[in-house]
Design a protein around this ligand. Structure first.
Ligand code: N01
Length: 860
C-alpha cells in the first residue's frame, strides 16, 4: 500500500495512499474505481456503515430521485448499464441505494472503504508535500492527494426552530432518517419545511398518520412527477445509440439529453404559450420545466407568465381557497428556488386530517414538550418531522477541519465568501480536490453526469502530474478570482440569485450570501475544463513555481454568446466594404435588433443644423410633462447611423431617465468631413435650448448624451458651448466615447480584434471623417483641449474589451482632475456594442440603469 513519491524535486516521501477520498456515494465510488484502474492506491472513508452517500441517509418515506432514472445512473461502463434495470421513471431511495450497492459489488469497491469512520481533519504538510488525514478514533493516514467527495447536500442544517430541544416526543430529520423506518399510524405529526424533502414526504406521512400539520415558511413551486413504469422509449433511445446519448448528455446544459427550445415566452400567442405550459405540466420533468422557454430563467415577465400558470394549477387543485393561496409562491421567480416534483402534494391538503400553518404570518414562538406554539395557536403533536434542509454546497467541506498552507483552514478561507477554481480546487490547499464543489454546475445539473466529469478530470490531472514529475497542484489567486467573477457574472444574468435559498446560503443564518453553483451548464463547463488543460493547465501552479497563469473567461457570458452569434453570420468586416455597402449592412443589422421599451410618444421632425436641416426623432416619457431634454448623438463612427439607428437605446434611456431624448442625425463622412458632425451637434443643441418649451421640455434643462462617435460629438458640444458662453448644459453622458484621434493606447492593442469594434474599423472610420492634421484638434479630440474645467457634470462609461477603453478612462480622469463632477463606470466584461444592446444583453442592464440615473441626476 505504501507509495514512494517525489513530493517535490528535493523531497521524497512515503505515503499510505496516493489518494484519500472522503465519501462513498456516487462520487467516491467512481473515484475509487477510476483510481484503481490507473494503478494508484486509494482509500475512502465514510461515516455511514455502507455505500450510498446521500441515498444512504435520506430514507424518509417518498424519497426518490427527480432526474429520470435512465439518466440518473453512471454512464462509464456499458456492462453495468446493460445489467441494471430500473423499475420506475423516478426510482425510490431503496432502489438507488441497491444500485450503488450493486456497483460496489460489481467493482469490488468495499475493500478500499472504511465505513462508520468520519474524517475529522486533514492537514497539509508543506515540507513533505503530503496530506495528513485524521479519522475518528485518532488514526492518521497520509496521502499525496486528498479528495472531498462529500456531496452538496449532506450536512443537515441546524434546524433553527426555537425550543426544539424541549419536545418530549420523537423528532425525525429527513436527511438522517431511521433505518428501521417510522410507523406514524395513529400519530399526530408536525412537519416543518416544504422543500423537496417535505413535499415528497408529506403525502406519504398523511397516508398513515392520524393528523398531519404542515408548518410552511415559504411555499415552493411543485409539479406532478407523473411517476410510473420505467419509460422504455428513453431507454430505447439510449440503447440505440449509447455513445451518442451519453455524449449529448455531457454536452447539454443540465446533463440530460433533451432538446431545449430557442423560443421566447412572449413571442408566441397566449394560446401557444398555454399549450406548452400544459405539456410541461403533464410531462413531470425538471429539465423541461426549467427550459420551458429560452427566457424563463432570465426575463421576469417571461418567468411571471409561467409562475402564473403554475399558481393557477395550485388553485384549481386545492379545494380551500385560503389554503390554496398560502400554497402559491409569490415572493420569488419560479425556479429561483429549486422546483420540486411531487406525487399528490397539493391534493394532500384536501384531506380533512391535513392542515397548513403559514409561518410567515404566524411564526413559531416555541416548541414545547408536547407540541408547537405559534403566534396564533398551541397544537399538540406525537412526533415532529424536520424537513428543514442542509448547509448546502460548503457545509460538509468546512465541517472537516482542513488546514492548508500556512495554517489557514478552509473554513477561515471561505468565511467571507467561497473562492474556488472551477469548484475543483482552491488556492492555498495544494492537491486538494472537491468533487462538484461550489463554483461548479453540480446541483443545477444531473449530478451523476457532473460527478463523472469531475472524477475523470481529477484522475486525468493526477495522471498528467505523475507522467510529468509534478508533485503539487493548486490554482493561482488570479485564476481563482477570475473564476469567481465568472460564476457571479453567470448567476447575475439570470433570475436565480433572487430567491432566498440554499443555493445562495441564505437558508443558514450567518452564512455568507453568494450564489454557489455555476450556472453555465455542464456542457459549457466541460469545455472550459478541457480548454484549461489544453492551455497547459491555465491558472494552475505545479510544484509551487511552474505556471501558465491566466483567467479562463473574462467576458460577460451573454456578451460572449453575442460575439459567437455574430461570428456564425460570416459577415464581411465593414472596413472591407464600400461606404454605401457598409451603411446598408449596418442598417440591416440594426433592423434585426429588438425594439426597446414603449415610451409615451415618438415623433419625427427636422431642426436646423450648421449647413441645412437635420432629421431628429424625439422620445417623450410616459409621465406628465414638461420634461428635461437630452440631445442624443448616435454611434456609427461618423459614417453610419441616423436619428433612428439607436432607437431601442434611446427608448431605454427615455424610459429610465424620465427625460425627452432628441436623437439628432448629424452629417456624416466621407461626404461631410470634420468638423461637420461637431458643428451640427452644436447647432442642434443650440436649437433645442431655444425651442425646449415648444417640444414639451423645460427651458434651461438640457443635457447631451451619445455613444461612440456620437459621444465624441456630445463631448465636443460641451466644449463648444463652454467656449461660446452657452447654451448652459446640465450634463454630458458619454458611452464609450472617442475622445482622441490617435491609436497610442494599450487598449487598441489588447482589443484590436475580436470584440466587434476593431482597430482596423476605427482606422477606417477616422479616415472617412477626419484628416490626419485635424486629429489633435479639440473639436475632434476633446481630451486634448487646453482646459477641461467648467464643463458640465459628466458620466463616462468605458468597457473592458473595447479599443476605446483607455482614452475613455483618460477622459474621465482628466475631467475629474479638472474639477468637473464626474461619474465613471468601467463596465467589466463588456464590449463596445454591448451596452446599447437593449433586449439582447442582460449583463449591461445595470450600466444603462446607471446612465439613466446620471441623466436624471443632471436635472435634480
Ligand atoms: O431542503 P430545502 P430539502 N423554520 O432547503 C424550511 C435536494 N433534494 O431537504 O424556504 C421553518 O429545500 C425552509 O423554509 P424557507 C434538492 O436539491 C432532492 O427539502 O427557508 N421552516 C424550506 O421550506 C433540494 O432542493 C430530492 O423559508 C424552516 C425547508 O425547510 C435539496 O435537496 C429530494 C426552517 C427546507 O427546504 C434540499 O431539499 C429531497 C425553520 N427554522 C431533496 N428552516 C429529490 O427529489 C428551514 N425551513 C432528488
Amino acid at each position: 500500500m505504501a507509495t514512494q513519491i517525489a513530493a517535490s524535486p528535493a523531497v521524497t516521501t512515503t505515503t499510505d495512499y496516493d489518494v484519500v477520498v472522503v465519501g462513498a456515494g456516487f462520487a467516491g465510488l467512481y473515484l475509487l474505481h477510476k483510481l484503481r484502474a490507473l494503478g494508484l492506491s486509494a482509500h475512502a472513508y465514510d461515516a455511514a456503515d455502507d455505500v450510498g452517500g446521500t441515498w444512504y441517509w435520506n430514507r424518509y418515506p417518498g424519497a426518490r430521485c427527480d432526474i429520470t432514472s435512465v439518466d440518473y445512473a453512471y454512464s462509464f461502463d456499458a456492462g453495468l448499464e446493460a445489467d441494471w434495470q430500473w423499475s420506475e421513471k423516478y426510482s425510490t431511495q431503496p432502489e438507488i441505494l441497491a444500485y450503488l450497492g450493486h456497483v460496489a459489488d460489481r467493482f469490488d469497491l468495499r475493500r478500499d472503504i472504511t465505513f462508520s469512520t468520519r474524517v475529522n481533519g486533514a492537514k497539509w504538510d508543506e515540507e513533505a508535500g503530503i496530506w495528513n488525514i485524521t479519522v475518528a478514533g485518532g488514526d492518521t493516514v497520509t496521502a499525496r492527494f486528498y479528495v472531498m467527495a462529500t456531496g452538496c447536500l449532506s450536512l443537515p442544517k441546524n434546524p433553527d426552530v426555537p425550543g426544539i430541544e424541549s419536545f418530549a416526543g420523537p423528532i425525525y430529520t429527513t436527511g438522517t432518517w431511521p433505518h428501521e423506518g417510522v410507523d406514524f399510524t395513529g400519530k399526530r405529526v408536525a412537519v416543518i419545511g416544504t422543500g423537496s424533502s417535505g413535499i415528497q414526504t408529506i403525502p406519504l406521512i398523511a397516508e398513515q398518520a392520524k393528523s398531519v400539520t404542515v408548518f410552511q415558511r415559504t411555499p415552493n413551486f411543485s409539479f406532478p412527477a407523473h411517476n410510473g413504469p420505467f419509460p422504455t422509449e428513453r431507454a430505447a433511445a439510449m440503447t440505440a445509440d449509447r455513445d451518442g446519448y451519453h455524449q449529448a448528455a455531457k454536452e447539454s446544459g443540465a446533463g440530460v439529453p433533451l432538446e431545449v427550445t430557442e423560443l421566447h415566452t412572449l413571442d408566441v400567442t397566449e394560446e401557444e404559450r398555454n399549450t406548452r405550459f400544459e405539456d410541461v405540466w403533464a410531462a413531470g420533468d425538471l429539465i423541461r420545466i426549467a427550459t420551458v422557454y429560452a427566457d424563463t430563467l432570465n426575463d421576469l415577465d417571461a418567468n411571471t407568465a409561467f409562475a402564473d400558470f403554475v399558481r393557477s394549477k395550485i388553485r384549481s387543485t386545492v379545494d380551500d381557497p385560503v389554503t390554496a393561496e398560502l400554497l402559491c409562491p409569490t415572493t420569488y421567480p419560479i425556479a429561483s428556488k429549486r422546483v420540486c416534483l411531487d406525487t399528490n402534494y397539493y391534493q394532500t391538503f384536501n384531506l380533512d386530517h391535513v392542515d397548513l400553518i403559514d409561518l410567515h404570518n404566524t411564526p413559531i414562538i416555541t416548541v414545547t414538550a408536547s407540541g408547537i406554539d405559534t403566534t396564533n395557536a398551541s397544537s399538540e403533536f406525537d412526533a415532529i418531522v424536520l424537513a428543514t434542509g442542509f448547509d448546502a454546497m460548503t457545509g460538509a467541506l468546512v465541517d472537516v477541519d482542513i488546514e492548508g498552507r500556512d495554517g489557514l483552514t478552509l473554513k477561515q478561507k471561505w468565511a467571507d465568501g467561497v473562492q474556488t477554481y472551477l469548484g475543483l480546487t482552491t488556492g492555498g490547499f495544494p492537491n486538494l480536490f472537491t468533487v462538484t464543489g461550489p463554483g461548479s454546475p453540480s446541483v443545477l445539473t444531473n449530478m451523476v453526469v457532473s460527478i463523472e466529469q469531475h472524477v475523470e478530470w481529477i484522475c486525468d490531472t493526477i495522471t498528467h502530474m505523475d507522467a510529468n514529475g509534478l508533485s503539487t497542484i493548486e490554482p493561482t489567486s488570479g485564476a481563482e478570482e477570475g473564476w469567481s467573477n465568472h460564476v457571479n457574472d453567470f448567476a447575475n444574468i439570470t433570475l436565480l440569485p433572487i430567491a432566498k435559498s440554499w443555493f445562495n446560503g441564505s437558508n443558514v443564518p450567518g452564512k455568507n450570501h453568494q450564489y454557489l453553483p455555476y450556472v453555465g451548464g455542464v456542457g459549457g463547463y466541460r469545455t472550459i475544463c478541457d480548454e484549461i488543460v489544453a492551455d497547459d493547465y491555465l491558472g494552475f501552479i505545479f510544484n509551487g513555481d511552474q505556471c501558465n497563469d491566466g483567467v479562463i473567461r473574462r467576458m460577460q457570458p451573454d456578451v460572449n454568446v453575442m460575439l459567437e452569434f455574430i461570428a456564425t453570420l460570416g459577415l464581411p468586416p465593414f472596413e472591407t466594404l464600400e461606404v454605401d455597402a457598409a451603411r446598408a449592412l449596418s442598417a440591416a443589422i440594426g433592423e434585426e435588433a429588438p425594439r426597446g421599451p414603449e415610451v409615451g410618444e415618438v415623433l419625427d421632425g427636422t431642426l436646423p443644423g450648421a449647413a441645412g436641416d437635420l432629421d431628429y426623432r424625439l422620445y417623450r416619457p410616459d409621465t406628465p410633462g414638461p420634461h428635461p431634454i437630452v440631445a442624443y448623438f448616435h454611434g456609427g463612427g461618423w459614417v453610419f447611423g441616423s436619428a433612428i439607428s439607436d432607437d431601442s437605446f434611446c427608448r431605454d434611456l427615455c424610459d429610465r431617465a424620465g427625460v425627452i431624448i432628441v436623437s439628432v442625425n448629424y452629417r456624416h463622412g466621407p461626404e461631410d468631413r470634420f468638423p461637420a458632425a461637431a458643428d451640427d451637434g452644436f447647432a442642434a443643441t443650440q436649437w433645442l435650448a431655444q425651442n425646449a418649451e415648444s417640444l414639451g421640455g423645460i427651458a434651461g434643462q438640457l443635457a447631451v448624451a451619445g455613444w461612440s462617435a456620437g459621444a465624441n460629438v456630445a463631448a465636443v458640444v460641451c466644449q463648444l458651448a463652454k467656449d461660446a458662453g452657452g447654451p448652459t448644459l446640465a450634463g454630458q453622458c458619454l458611452l464609450t466615447p472617442v475622445v482622441d484621434g490617435g491609436f497610442d493606447w494599450p487598449s487598441y492593442e489588447e482589443n484590436a480584434e475580436g470584440y466587434a469594434l476593431t482597430r482596423p474599423l476605427m482606422e477606417w472610420f477616422l479616415n472617412h471623417y477626419v484628416d490626419d492634421a485635424d486629429r489633435t484638434s479639440p473639436k475632434m479630440a476633446p481630451l486634448r483641449a487646453a482646459a477641461l474645467c467648467g464643463l458640465p457634470p459628466a458620466m463616462v462609461v468605458t468597457c473592458e474589451f473595447d479599443p476605446l477603453r483607455d482614452q475613455g478612462d483618460a477622459y474621465a480622469k482628466a475631467l475629474a482632475d479638472a474639477g468637473v463632477p464626474t461619474a465613471h463606470v468601467q463596465a467589466h466584461g463588456q464590449i463596445h456594442i454591448s451596452v446599447p444592446a437593449v433586449g439582447q444583453i442582460v449583463s449591461s442592464i445595470w450600466v444603462r440603469e446607471e446612465m439613466g440615473n446620471a441623466l436624471r441626476g443632471f436635472f435634480a
